[in-house]
Design a protein around this ligand. Structure first.
Ligand code: AMP
Ligand code: MG
Length: 351
C-alpha cells in the first residue's frame, strides 16, 4: 500500500495487537430545552444532509463557528455535483480529454484532494475493489440524490465498468514545485466520486481543527457520520446507538460507548428510488454496476478515524458479512455491526 498520511488509521494484526449511522445516532444528546449538562448544538445543511456540532465549550465558541464555516469550504472541494468544486473541475477536465480522444491525463490537485484520493485508493486496494472511487458515471445515471433516475442497461453497465477501476488512477510525487500534488488518470472516461468517504474524511479534518483550537469534548455529526472528540466533560464516554435500518426509524438495535472514535453506517435504506416496482439503493457493487445485494440492510463501523469508518462501512456493505468478517480478522482496531435482511444484528468487537 502506498504510504499516505492516514494509512495507519487501521492497524493490521501483524503490526500491532491493539485494533483498528440512516445511521448510528448519538444517545442522550437530543430533546428540547437545554439542561446545564446538555451540549450546545450548531446545525447546518451541507453535503446534501443535516450536519451538526455539539459541544460544551461556551455558547459563542469561536472554534465551533470556524468549523461550521469550513463546511462550505470542504463541500467546494469534494462535491461531485456542485459546479465549480475541485472534484467537479477535475471530472470536467477528464471529460474534455475523453472528448479529444486523449490517453493519460495529468491533473494538478490540492493537497487535501491528494490526501483523500490517496486514502480512497489505499482502501480500494485493501478491500479488493469493493470501495471504488471511479463509479461516478454510473452514479450520474442513477442520480440517487436527484430525480432524473436512469437505470443503465446491462450493455451500458458493461461499457461504463470497462472504464472504471482504481488501477486507472495514479498518485505520484511530482517534481514540479508549482504543482506538487498530481493525479494521473489513464482512462479519461472515468468520473471520480468520493461520496462514500468524503464526510468521514471531512469529520477527521474538523476534529483536527477543533482540537487545535482547544476543543476537548464535542460530537461532529455529518448526516449520521458521527465522530466524538474525547469524553463528555464529566469524563464518561459518549453513547452511540445503531438505528434500526428503516427509513425514518428512530429505534435503536443496540448501543455502545466510545471515546475519541467515529461510528459510520452504510445502509440500503438511506438513499434509494423505485422504478417499475424495483427498488434501487445507492451503494453499488463495482462488479455489476447494480446496487449491492449482499444480504445486508446496514453496516456500522466503529474506529478512531471517521474516514476509515466511512470507507469501510461502504466497502463492507458491498462485500457482505462473511467477506467483511474475514477482513476484520486482520485488523485490531475496528468494530463492526452488521444488520442482515432478517433484521438480525451481528457484532464483531475487538475488546
Ligand atoms: P456511504 O453512504 O458512505 O456508504 O456511501 C454511499 C455513496 O458512496 C454513494 O452515494 C456513492 O456516492 C458512493 N458509492 C456507491 N457505491 C460505492 C462503492 N462501491 N465504492 C465507493 N463509493 C461508492
Ligand atoms: Mg461510506
Amino acid at each position: 500500500m502506498r504510504k499516505s498520511t492516514f494509512s495507519t488509521f487501521i492497524k493490521p494484526v501483524r503490526r500491532c495487537a491493539a485494533l483498528l449511522c440512516l445511521f448510528a445516532a448519538v444517545l442522550g444528546s437530543g430533546g428540547c430545552g437545554r439542561k446545564a449538562a446538555d451540549p450546545y448544538v450548531r446545525t447546518a445543511f451541507a453535503f446534501d444532509t443535516a450536519v451538526s456540532i455539539s459541544y460544551y465549550d461556551n455558547k459563542d465558541s469561536a472554534a465551533v463557528s470556524e468549523a461550521m464555516d469550513r463546511l462550505e469550504y470542504y463541500e467546494k472541494i469534494f462535491s461531485r455535483t456542485l459546479e465549480g468544486s475541485e472534484l467537479h473541475e477535475i471530472n470536467a477536465r477528464l471529460a474534455e480529454a475523453a472528448a479529444e480522444g486523449l490517453g493519460d491525463v495529468r491533473v494538478p490537485v490540492s493537497e487535501l484532494m491528494y490526501r483523500a484520493l490517496s486514502l480512497a485508493l489505499d482502501y480500494a486496494e485493501i478491500t479488493d475493489g469493493a470501495f471504488d472511487p471511479t463509479l461516478g458515471r454510473l452514479l450520474e445515471l442513477y442520480d440517487f440524490s436527484g430525480t432524473e433516475h436512469t437505470v443503465p442497461t446491462a450493455e451500458e453497465r458493461a461499457e461504463i465498468l470497462s472504464h472504471c477501476g482504481r488501477q486507472k488512477l495514479k498518485l505520484e510525487p511530482s517534481a514540479d514545485t508549482a504543482y506538487p500534488y498530481q493525479l494521473t488518470v489513464t482512462d479519461p472516461a472515468i468520473v471520480i466520486d468520493l461520496g462514500g468517504m468524503a464526510k468521514g474524511f471531512i469529520a477527521d479534518c474538523l476534529k483536527q481543527e477543533l482540537r487545535a483550537n482547544a476543543v476537548s469534548s464535542a460530537i461532529i455529526n455529518l448526516g449520521g457520520n458521527i465522530l466524538v472528540i474525547g469524553n463528555k466533560p464529566d469524563g464518561s464516554p459518549y453513547g452511540i446507538g445503531v438505528l434500526k435500518p428503516e427509513a425514518g426509524s428512530s429505534d435503536y438495535l443496540t448501543s455502545f460507548k466510545v471515546t475519541d472514535a467515529s461510528a459510520v453506517t452504510s445502509g440500503s435504506y438511506q438513499r434509494f428510488f423505485e422504478k417499475d416496482g424495483v427498488t434501487y439503493h445507492h451503494i453499488l457493487d463495482p462488479a455489476t454496476g447494480l446496487p449491492a445485494e449482499s444480504g445486508l440492510l446496514s453496516v456500522t463501523v466503529v474506529t478512531e478515524s471517521s474516514a476509515a469508518a466511512d470507507l469501510l462501512s461502504t466497502a463492507f456493505f458491498v462485500m457482505g458479512e462473511a467477506k467483511a468478517a474475514a477482513f476484520l480478522e486482520n485488523y485490531t482496531n475496528v468494530d463492526a455491526y452488521f444488520v442482515d435482511e432478517n433484521m438480525n444484528l451481528n457484532k464483531y468487537l475487538h475488546k
